[in-house]
Design a protein around this ligand. Structure first.
Ligand code: AHR
Length: 497
């Protein structure tokens, strides 16, 4: 029934910090993500600073983007970093064999990426090449970026115009080495991981946080073997899981879908909860002190490409459905914050579940962008104990809980409660029982909603789906009653007064 969502929020019981890096991003040399999306080159008529688009940087800075993963993805295990340094006109032209067979001119390389991160004010997270690279190549890359003293690689860096080393924390030792990164068995990868990471050195004050390649979705054996054999040599292990409503062959359209497809998309997204729970249980056996973090460095929706676009470019539109997928996943990452210390949505611009789409000089912010914007208040905040009983959202004999909720308290003492109504057909009435509040408080809120399931922002209609002020919450004795429109996300802010 419409009144069956009851949520208790213990405002006085903290459950650990929500690591800001859970709001991280991923950008690969794939389709129009790096080229066109971030990099237009210094001579472009599109407003840029040293070749990097100003509009995209400004939009991402507004999200407080904490960390950006690069250069892949599958591209990482084919990437040879020395091809991407030195005078641009002398850099190698080659084919991006994995993604669309287009020319890669290597104009965006190490210097450009680290400049991008400095401009965004975010941490770089670099994925090294295990699948087709050497131990020496990986070791020299880290030396090139982070060594201050006298060495062949620091000399080369200085010749290329960068005197000071960069600070680099996050470094991945391979990507999807069970697949595009070398089709390895976990036993073999675990040994290679141990070998490669030995030569990923800490120079001076720079301390690298080493991330091992973890499993594909429910490959629990991969997690078991890699944790058992190599867990003690890593700071974190990754997990990749995408929301694919159909099959890998026919994934389904991003914009043309039914109420059944919507339901399946929500259900498959919520599968992340089971994956995190089970992978964490394996990690707990090998690392009971939770020293090693779990990093979901690829997640998001994966649909069929937009009709008429290069199938290797993975360009898809982004609707209200994507917004809900983002909200649900972010809540799950919050809830698993005893292990989940980073997550990187795939992929920032023009690829898969992007927050930004571009077309020439034009830029559109997707519904997913608005979720990251509304939810940024959770970054670095203390998660609050929350539990509830929920109405059911039923479809074709199956049911999910209608509402998902997460709450946190920030450094200024403000409480933020984010709520998702998954149900495209009915509004959700939520009784919020706020426990442990000392005094009175003022409530305000923001809502992201739209009347159609398939509503999205296009270059003709860029603001069709946009956040609005929310007026659906009413105070009562024990807390609040909030009415959520069908298929919507609401973030409430409570300020003590
Ligand atoms: O994000 C697209 C691709 O998905 C990545 O390159 C790869 O790691 C994964 O299979």
């Amino acid at each position: 029934s419409a009144s069956a969502n009851r949520v208790i929020i213990q405002t006085d019981i903290g459950r650990g910090t929500i690591n800001p890096n859970i709001y991280g991003h991923f950008a690969e040399h794939l389709g129009r993500c790096i080229y066109e999306g971030f990099w237009v080159g210094e001579d472009s008529p599109i407003p840029n600073t040293k070749g990097i688009r100003n509009d995209v940087v400004e939009a991402l800075r507004k999200l407080n983007i904490p960390v950006l993963r690069w250069p892949g993805g599958c591209f990482a295990d084919e990437y040879h970093w020395k091809d991407g340094i030195g005078p641009r006109e002398q850099r190698k032209e080659m084919i991006n064999t994995h993604w669309g067979g287009v020319v890669e001119n290597n104009h965006f390389g190490t210097h450009e990426f680290l400049l991008l991160c400095e401009t965004l004010g975010c941490e770089p997270y670099i994925s090294g090449n295990v699948g087709s690279g050497t131990v020496q190549e990986m070791s020299e890359w880290v030396e090139y970026m982070t060594f201050e003293g006298v060495s062949p690689m620091s000399k080369l860096r200085k010749e290329n115009g960068r005197e000071e080393p960069w600070a680099l924390k996050y470094f991945g030792v391979g990507n999807e080495n069970w697949g595009c990164g070398g089709n390895m068995r976990p036993e073999y990868y675990a040994d290679l991981y141990r070998q490669y990471q030995t030569y990923v050195r800490n120079y001076g004050e720079n301390k690298i946080y080493k991330i091992a390649c973890g499993p594909n979705s429910d490959d629990y054996n991969w997690m078991e073997v890699v944790m058992r054999e190599a867990g003690r040599y890593m700071d974190a292990i990754s997990l990749h899981y995408y929301t694919v409503p159909g099959t890998w062959k026919e994934k389904g359209s991003a914009t043309e879908f039914t109420a059944e497809d919507w339901f399946v998309t929500m259900k498959k997204t919520l599968h992340m909860d089971e994956l995190l729970t089970k992978h964490k249980a394996i990690m707990d056996r090998h690392d009971p002190d939770k020293r090693v973090a779990l990093i979901v460095d690829e997640w998001g929706t994966w649909f069929d490409v937009e009709p008429g676009t290069n199938p290797g470019f993975l360009y898809q539109q982004n609707t209200m459905r994507d917004a809900l997928v983002a909200g649900l996943n972010l809540h799950l990452f919050h809830n698993h914050n005893d292990r989940v210390q980073m997550a990187n949505i795939a992929q920032t611009v023009n690829v898969l579940q992007s927050v930004i789409l571009t077309e020439g000089a034009k830029m559109v912010l997707t519904p997913t962008y608005h979720v990251f914007d509304m939810y940024k208040v959770h970054q670095g905040a203390e998660r609050l104990e929350t539990h509830g009983t929920f109405a059911s959202y039923a479809q074709g004999g199956e049911a999910l809980e209608q509402v998902s909720v997460s709450a946190s308290r920030d450094a200024q003492g403000r409480i933020h409660i984010s709520l998702c109504n998954l149900d495209p057909g009915s509004e959700a009435k939520v009784e919020l029982d706020l426990r442990g509040l000392a005094g009175g408080y003022a409530v305000s809120g923001t809502v992201l909603a739209s009347s159609g399931m398939q509503d999205h922002n296009s270059f003709d209609e860029p603001d069709k789906v946009a956040p609005q002020a929310y007026h659906g919450a009413e105070k009562n004795e024990g807390g609040l009653t909030a009415v959520l429109p069908p298929m919507s996300l609401v973030v409430l802010e409570l300020r003590e007064e």
